[in-house]
Design a protein around this ligand. Structure first.
Ligand SMILES: *Cc1c(COP(=O)(O)O)cnc(C)c1O
Length: 391
């Protein structure tokens, strides 16, 4: 099997699983209790908090654990909207956010908030001047993702955050795809809130975090006990949190080497596809992109058929389209960068890890060439196009 869907989820690293195991068995105590079994769990939770804070240059007490990236995004948007509702009801985000942000914005729109969705250019980049123009006296929150999960584009967050700060508006970034993958610092980025999720960096599924800058007044998300300083109730997911902390420590340790390796493989893969598969287009900015992200559109074919044929060869990839979730609409991200519906439908996302090899890249391109050719031979659109081209 060749796994090239690391943007969807990653394999938990052995050292992460090993760190978690004792917290299911001998160290099962509730962190809120005072006997030593509980306090050793509490110590482990706080050590994880320290590891996570370090990844983004935050203070330990600014990290709040959640049940994943989606919950962190929901919390940031809903709670900030509620807390600032007196000042205004205008929110700014982009067309290319993850659904955890977009659908939360739609939810808020139904409750009287107004949302501006910034356009992006053909590379997927947000224009800071467009953000400046969209700001109104009643703007209370700006949420722009650090890196896009489909096309890997890395947004100019520091610049966007500076504009938000200049206007005294809360700024949130969904950094789920980039956290622990590329360097980031919340002070340099001018962000007030930042979401991350463990399973995108070789940690366990179902645990994430929201960074909330000291002094930012946003509401509790889950009401109940006093956990997470009263802002997110519920007995802590101790093994998950410990796993997240271990994954963060590992990510920091291997970051430089991992980035270098993925970048090399990424650019090799992009180069071969561009050279050897005609009528293909790289989606997302060529250099301002995540080290492990490759996203292509191939004209005249269906992404879904490509995925099925790749799967038959043991290659796990993802299409840019949302067909898999039962909808026939192509990806909102690919439409936002200006692709036509039929081109967006023929898209493929390959996301790498540090474990992939050049041999795997060669195998994938060789298969892909055959698959694209076979699908095009069956495509009436392609036949038509070739006939016209020859005429
Ligand atoms: C995966 C992802 C999420 C959701 O995180 P979960 O932990 O799966 O809930 C949110 N935003 C982005 C950009 C993602 O890639």
């Amino acid at each position: 099997m060749i796994y090239l869907d690391n943007a969807a989820t990653t394999k938990a690293a052995p050292e992460v699983v090993e760190a978690m195991l004792p917290y299911f068995t001998e160290n099962y105590g509730n962190p809120s209790t005072i006997y030593s079994l509980g306090s050793s769990a509490k110590k482990a939770v706080n050590e994880a908090r320290r590891n996570l804070a370090e990844v983004i240059g935050a203070k330990q007490e600014e990290i709040y654990f959640t049940a994943g990236g989606s919950e962190a995004d929901n919390w940031a948007l809903k709670a900030a909207a509620e807390a600032c509702g007196e000042k205004g009801k205008h929110i700014i985000t982009t067309r290319i956010e993850h659904h955890a942000v977009l659908h939360t914005c739609e939810y808020l729109e139904k409750r009287g908030y107004e949302v501006t969705y910034l356009e992006v250019d053909s590379d997927g980049l947000v224009d800071p001047e467009a953000l400046r123009r969209a700001i109104r006296p009643d703007t209370i929150l700006i949420s722009i993702m650090f890196a896009n999960n489909e096309i890997g584009v890395i947004e100019p967050i520091a610049e966007l955050g500076a504009i938000a700060r200049e206007h005294g508006i809360l700024f949130h970034t969904d950094a789920v795809q980039a956290f622990g993958q590329v360097p980031m610092n919340v002070d340099e980025l001018n962000v007030d809130m930042l979401s991350a999720s463990a399973h995108k960096l070789n940690g366990p599924k179902g645990v994430g975090m929201l960074y909330i800058r000291t002094g930012v007044k946003i509401r509790s998300f889950v009401h109940g006990g006093a956990q997470e300083r009263g802002r997110r109730a519920g007995t802590e997911n101790v093994p998950g949190i410990v796993g997240f902390g271990a994954a963060a420590a590992r990510a920091m340790r291997i970051m430089d080497e991992k980035m270098k390796k993925e970048l090399q493989l990424r650019d090799y893969l992009i180069g071969r596809i561009e050279k050897e598969i005609p009528y293909s287009r790289l989606n997302g900015h060529r250099t301002r992109r995540l080290p492990g992200n490759v996203n292509f559109s191939f004209e005249f074919i269906e992404g879904e058929s490509m995925l099925i044929m790749l799967d038959m060869k043991g290659i796990c990839a993802s299409s840019g389209s949302a067909c898999t979730s039962g909808s026939l609409d192509p990806s909102h991200v690919l439409l936002a960068i200006g692709l036509k519906h039929e081109v967006a439908h023929g898209s493929l996302r390959l996301t790498l890890s540090e474990e992939n090899t050049k041999e795997e890249m060669d195998l994938v391109v060789d298969e892909l060439k055959r698959i694209v050719q076979r699908l095009r031979e069956m495509s009436p659109l392609y036949e038509d196009f070739m006939r016209k081209n020859q005429a």
